[in-house]
Design a protein around this ligand. Structure first.
Ligand code: PLP
Length: 415
């Protein structure tokens, strides 16, 4: 007998559980398209050259210590990560209205923001998540006491953003709701709004006085350009909202939050490098907001890890290292684009029924193929091809030598 005899087993995480199944499969044919991590053309994990060099430098530097970081993280990392996402000319940064904390990659940063909103944003506000979304969003917000609902995001018919459904749902949501948006390279669909659609989303959010929360986990991975992938965040950051009478002004800057992960774009997955940014309307409130965020972080994990953030800060600070990083991100995003093209062409050539254009139009690491759960399981059982049962494949897990095998298996699954 144990005090814990009555503890029911939790369901396996759909993505991490898939990796376990993959590891246990003895077939030499097996292909893992479930991984959310970049793999090289040889299907190997990739440590960026620029990261390796900085690590060498740190290892050789006798002044490298292993002291605790402050609760809010490494000062240079905090400011440089904010500059990466908001840009050199950000009004909020210039006006010192942004509270930035280093936190535990994207997940920890989301949790920190969720805890803060749960304590200090409008009581009972619901967080609207896109349908579908990264599954962990459904763990993070409820764990912080925030209820979640969905807004329509993706159309299975057009394989594009369901902009009408999205705008309708955000219009129908109670004023002041929290709205989670993927900054770029939407996971799992790979479908992002166009800039015109982002403007429409912004207009609804302004009108309804919702609170936008951008989850930015793939900056640079979608287009290969840090600037382009941050365009939606920057559009919102520069927006204003109608002021209340108490403000005594006509408009005030929009308030929002951004969480940032360096897992994918610097390949620092296990180092847990990320940041949480709260954009406030006025600099006067930032000190109190920072103090509360620190209080929450202290109780959750005390202080963030130093190693990865030290590497990231070196790269973000030094012009030459930054340029090298940008080149490597471009190499990674180009390989992903090449895989999209090769898979599309193979499906075209083997005459797989259906229209597969969306493989080309979707962006980022993932592609939403449009396969049913049964078809995904069929691919797993017959061909040892592993993907989540929503039909999402990681383009970064695909290599040229497997494209034909995958295309022929898909053809078999859909005919
Ligand atoms: N948000 C989205 C949409 C993601 O896809 C991921 C990673 O898969 C994350 C956040 C956070 O990941 P991490 O905590 O590893 O930075």
């Amino acid at each position: 007998y144990s005090t814990f005899s009555g503890v029911p087993e939790a369901p396996k995480d759909p993505i991490l559980g898939l990796n376990e199944l993959f590891r246990e499969d003895p077939s030499p044919l097996k292909v893992n398209l479930g991984v959310g991590a970049y793999r090289t053309e040889e299907n190997r994990p990739y440590v960026l050259g620029v990261v390796k060099r900085v690590e060498q430098e740190l290892a050789n530097n006798p002044n490298t210590l292993h002291e605790y970081l402050p609760i809010e993280g490494l000062p240079e990392f905090r400011s440089l990560s904010a500059r990466l996402v908001f840009g050199e000319r950000s009004p909020a940064l210039k006006e010192q209205r942004v509270v930035s904390l280093q936190s535990l990659s994207g997940t920890g940063s989301l949790r920190l923001v969720a805890e803060f909103l749960s304590k200090f944003y409008q009581r009972g506000a619901v967080c609207y998540l896109p349908r579908p979304t990264w599954g962990n969003h459904w763990n993070i917000f409820p764990a912080a006491g925030i209820k979640c609902r969905e807004y329509r995001y993706y159309s299975d018919e057009t394989h594009e953003v369901d902009i009408i459904g999205l705008l309708d749902d955000l219009t129908a949501a109670p004023s002041g709701s929290i709205v989670l948006l993927h900054a770029c390279a939407h996971n799992p669909t790979g479908a992002d709004p166009s800039m015109t659609q982002w403007q429409e989303i912004l207009d609804v959010i302004r009108k309804k006085q919702h609170f936008p929360l951008f989850d930015c986990a793939y900056q640079g991975f979608a287009s290969g350009s840090f600037e382009r992938d941050a365009a939606a965040v920057r559009l919102f950051e520069r927006a204003t909202v109608p002021a209340s009478e108490a403000d005594g002004a006509r408009e005030r800057p929009m308030e929002m939050a951004v969480t940032q992960s360096f897992a994918k774009n610097m390949g620092l997955y296990g180092e847990r490098v990320g940041a949480a940014h709260i954009v406030c309307a006025a600099p006067a409130v930032t000190q109190a907001v920072l103090s509360q965020m620190k209080q929450i972080a202290r109780g959750l994990y005390s202080s963030p890890p130093a190693h990865g953030a030290t590497i990231a800060a070196r790269i973000l600070k030094d012009r030459a290292l930054f340029a090298e990083w940008e080149t490597e991100v471009h190499v990674m995003s180009s390989r992903i684009l090449r895989m999209r093209r090769e898979l599309f062409e193979a499906l075209h050539e083997n005459k797989t029924p259906g229209n597969w254009e969306h493989i080309l139009s979707q962006i980022g690491m993932f592609s939403f193929l449009g396969l049913s759960a049964e078809q995904c399981l069929y691919l797993r059982e017959k061909y040892h091809i592993y993907m989540t049962t929503n039909g999402r494949i990681s383009m970064a897990g695909l290599t040229s030598d497997k494209v034909q095998y995958l295309a022929d298996a898909i053809r078999d699954a859909v005919v």
